[in-house]
Design a binder for this molecule. Structure first.
Ligand code: E4P
Length: 219
């Protein structure tokens, strides 16, 4: 399973990259705004900086919502760096744009997926990734993990190569459950990724090992 970090914060991206387990980055307009990244030039420059940190898979989301504008913006983003994946919303013009980008060899991430039918359409259009938003479904008392399971079944039924990129991850259990269900990728905040490291028995076990070693060494 691939691990992406869901942030536009350069320090967190560097920290995740240093862990040695990072496969990519996802951003969205809200995450960019949170870092104070506004204005075309600033936004493009920020994506270039992210690309300089990670090996591949930097999802850069279009702001446009009409076909012609999505194509224009997506092509400009893709031209920045071969690591860029153009993130396109699940709307009618977005779907058409995904088909266009797929024909041009430009990788896409179809975002704001909340139903199996939306994922099926995106796969049919040739999306590289679909991003079902688990946490936002859980937030409205709907089973987000069930969506991952349903999409996995549908993609496997037809051999779609589109990868399931589980998004809107809230914590470490979401990540583990996505892995059990066969999601191809998770994108999560750094805190959810590093939470996977922790277990109280690891901490107490290590403390005992070190104490025993020091006692035997007469320290
Ligand atoms: C996906 O790519 C989105 O950036 C993200 O996962 C949304 O997460 P949120 O629901 O925590 O905003």
């Amino acid at each position: 399973m691939k691990f992406f970090i869901d942030t536009a914060n350069l320090d967190q991206i560097k920290e995740a990259q240093d862990l040695g387990i990072l496969d990519g980055v996802t951003t969205n307009p809200s995450l960019m705004a949170k870092e104070g990244i506004t204005g075309d030039e600033h936004i493009l420059n920020h994506y270039k900086q992210i690309c300089s940190i990670v090996d591949d898979n930097v999802s850069a989301e279009v702001i446009a919502t009409t076909y012609a504008e999505i194509i224009k913006e997506g092509e400009a983003l893709a031209a920045l760096n071969p690591k860029i994946v153009v993130k396109v919303p699940m709307i009618k013009d977005g779907l058409k744009a995904i088909k266009y980008f797929s024909g041009k060899g430009i990788r896409t991430n179809c975002t704001l997926i909340f139903s199996p039918g939306q994922a099926l359409l995106a796969a049919k259009a040739g999306a590289t990734y679909v991003s079902p938003f688990l946490g936002r479904l859980d937030d409205i008392s709907t089973d987000g993990l069930q969506l991952i399971e349903d999409i996995r079944l549908i993609f496997d039924n037809y051999g779609y190569e589109t990868q399931i990129l589980a998004a809107s991850i809230r914590g470490p259990l979401h990540i583990v459950n996505c892995a059990k269900l066969g999601a191809d990728v998770i994108t999560a905040p750094l805190s959810a990724i590093t939470a996977l490291l922790k277990h109280p028995l690891t901490d107490s076990g290590l403390a005992t090992f070190l104490a025993d070693h020091n006692k035997a060494a007469g320290k």
